[in-house]
Structure formats: structure tokens, C-alpha cells
Design a protein. Structure first.
Length: 332
């Protein structure tokens, strides 16, 4: 049997492993050196093709930016409605035949409820005057033969963070009280808004999954073309004893570099878009007398975006490299 090539990587590794008194520290240093070389060499290969690499990274960055922008939009929408949700005002409308004594009696009952506070009565005359002032239908209201508005008792929730399920039970109880015609809860429309937001969140999760798969496929196809371009070199390395792990390591790091750069580009694009929208959003908030400020990317969100891109790049590379290296075998 012919003697193995003494200069092959496999022979060198076997000779080092069989050396008596081998120190673990030297093995760790050798392992780190090999990975460091693969890390830097893969980055060098990417930098030597600036146009093709930049186009690939741009496509990946845009693909990552779209779902990230949707998540930021949902987060800002939830923050915008948080202050409104916390008010929890309840308007209790009495029957049209109820009088001031009935309204005061109901106010006393509601004031004794520990879940409520600030119970106040509003007479039909006061309600009509306020409506006349806000609606601007003075002439139309003068044409009415009488006042169609009932007595109203306004109350607030004692606990602004009362769960919606308990709030609904409270509303159902108020509706059973004497002389009560209907109850209007300010958070009713927010319940519907929350349902819509949850549906949008589910849609964003699906879109994110689809874009993540797209990123993995794009990086995988890029790495596949690099493997094919270096097929002859890979065959030679395998012929002298190079393992699939040794051969595929630079390609894995290349996929990680693509994902890392794409994540950084995505974070930069998203941050630039948010900064550009700060002024228009501030003007809209000021028009509605709101102190809402558009939330930008923080350090944690940026780290998740960049790290997620790197992980997707590594995943796309490892799937492709394993499949391609199995099919590349040295010629006898």
C-alpha cells in the first residue's frame, strides 16, 4: 500500500494528535488559528468582488428591512393607543323619562362601586349646550321642539389597567341597574383595534417567515455558485485528505458575512426611514394635541436584526455547502 502524503492536512493532523505530551492549549490555539484564517479569507474573497457582493447584500438588506419595518410600525401603533386605553371612561345613559333624582340616585350607586371613581351627572341641558358648541349645528338644534338628550352619568375606572374581561363584566353589571338605557365604554373601539392589530401581527409573522426563507435561499444560491467556481480547488484539497468540514468552513463564514452585512444595511435603512418620518409624524401628533413621538430602533433591536441576518446567512450556507460537498468527490 502506498504511503500517505506526509504533507497532506490529514497526515499533519494525525501526526500532531499522536505526539506524546501534546498540550491542550496548543490544540485550542491551532483550532482558533484555522477558524480565524477561514474567517478573514472568506471576507477577502467577498471584498475582491465588490460589485457582485454589494448587489447581493443590497437585495438581502431590503428583504430584511420590510418585515422589520412592519414590526416597528406595529410597536408604534400600540404605543400610540396606550394612553387612550389607560383612560377607561364610561358614560351611562339613562332612560328618556328619568329625572334629576334618578340620575343622582344612580350616581350614588356607581360611586360606591370600588372599581369606579369620579362619578358625575350631566343634565340634558348641559349636554345639549356642549353638543351645540362642539357640533356647530346651532340653527338645526333650535328647530327641535324639545331636548332629545337624556341624563348621563360619567365615571372612570379606578384601575386604569383593569383587564378587558373584568371591564366587560363591570359594564354588564351597570346595564342591569335601574333607569339605565345604555352604556358607552371608551375602550370598546380599542378592543376592535386590538383584534385588528393581532390579525396584522399574525400576518407580519407569516411575511417575516417568507422573507427569512427568501434570505436563506438567496445566500444559499450565492454560496452554491462560489462552490462551483472553486470545484477544481475543492477536488484537489479532498484528494490530499481535506475533510468536508475543512473545505466548507470558508463558505460558512462567507454566508455569515453576507447575512451580517445585510442585517447592518437593513438596520441603517430602517433607522434612516424613521428619522425622515420623525418630523411629519410630530406635526400630525401636534394637530391632535398628542405628545406621541415615533419610536426609533434601539440598540437591542439593532442587535437582533444584525444577529438574525448573520444566523440566516450561516443557515443558508450550511444547507448548501453540505449538499454541494457531498457531490464533489476527487477523481481517482
Amino acid at each position: 500500500m502506498a504511503e500517505a502524503n506526509p504533507n497532506s492536512p490529514a497526515t499533519k493532523r494525525r501526526r500532531i494528535a499522536e505526539t506524546p505530551g501534546r498540550q491542550p492549549g496548543r490544540a485550542l490555539f491551532s483550532w482558533l488559528r484555522m477558524h480565524g484564517y477561514s474567517l478573514l479569507s472568506s471576507l477577502g474573497r467577498i471584498s475582491r468582488r465588490p460589485v457582485a457582493s454589494a448587489m447581493t447584500i443590497a437585495v438581502l438588506g431590503i428583504a430584511l428591512s420590510l418585515p422589520a419595518a412592519l414590526y416597528v410600525a406595529i410597536d408604534n401603533l400600540q404605543r400610540a393607543t396606550q394612553d387612550i386605553t389607560s383612560r377607561g371612561s364610561i358614560a351611562v345613559f339613562l332612560n328618556t323619562d328619568a329625572n334629576a333624582e334618578s340620575a343622582e340616585r344612580l350616581r350614588g350607586v356607581l360611586a360606591q362601586n370600588r372599581q369606579l371613581q369620579k362619578a358625575q351627572t350631566v343634565s340634558p341641558q348641559a349636554a345639549l349646550a356642549e353638543f351645540r358648541k362642539l357640533a356647530g349645528f346651532g340653527e338645526a338644534l333650535d328647530a327641535l321642539s324639545g331636548n332629545p338628550l337624556p341624563w348621563v352619568v360619567n365615571v372612570d375606572l379606578a384601575d386604569a389597567d383593569l383587564p378587558l374581561a373584568e371591564a366587560e363584566q363591570l359594564i354588564s353589571h351597570i346595564k342591569t341597574l335601574p333607569d339605565v338605557d345604555s352604556v358607552q365604554f371608551d375602550r370598546d373601539w380599542l378592543i376592535r383595534l386590538q383584534a385588528v392589530t393581532d390579525a396584522i401581527q399574525s400576518g407580519v409573522d407569516v411575511v417575516t417567515l417568507l422573507f427569512a426563507v427568501a434570505v436563506v435561499l438567496i445566500i444559499g444560491n450565492t454560496i452554491r455558485m462560489e462552490v462551483e467556481a472553486r470545484r477544481a480547488e475543492i477536488e484537489v484539497v479532498k484528494l490530499v485528505g481535506g475533510t468536508d468540514a475543512f473545505v466548507g468552513r470558508p463558505f460558512l463564514y462567507a454566508g455569515m458575512w453576507y447575512g451580517l452585512a445585510a442585517g447592518g444595511l437593513s438596520a441603517g435603512l430602517l433607522q434612516a426611514a424613521l428619522l425622515a418620518l420623525q418630523s411629519p409624524i410630530a406635526r400630525v401628533a401636534a394637530a391632535y394635541a398628542s405628545s406621541f413621538v415615533l419610536l426609533s430602533l434601539d440598540a437591542q433591536s439593532t442587535a437582533w436584526l444584525v444577529g438574525g441576518g448573520a444566523c440566516l446567512g450561516w443557515l443558508g450556507a450550511i444547507i448548501t455547502v453540505k449538499r454541494e460537498l457531498i457531490m464533489i468527490q476527487p477523481r481517482e
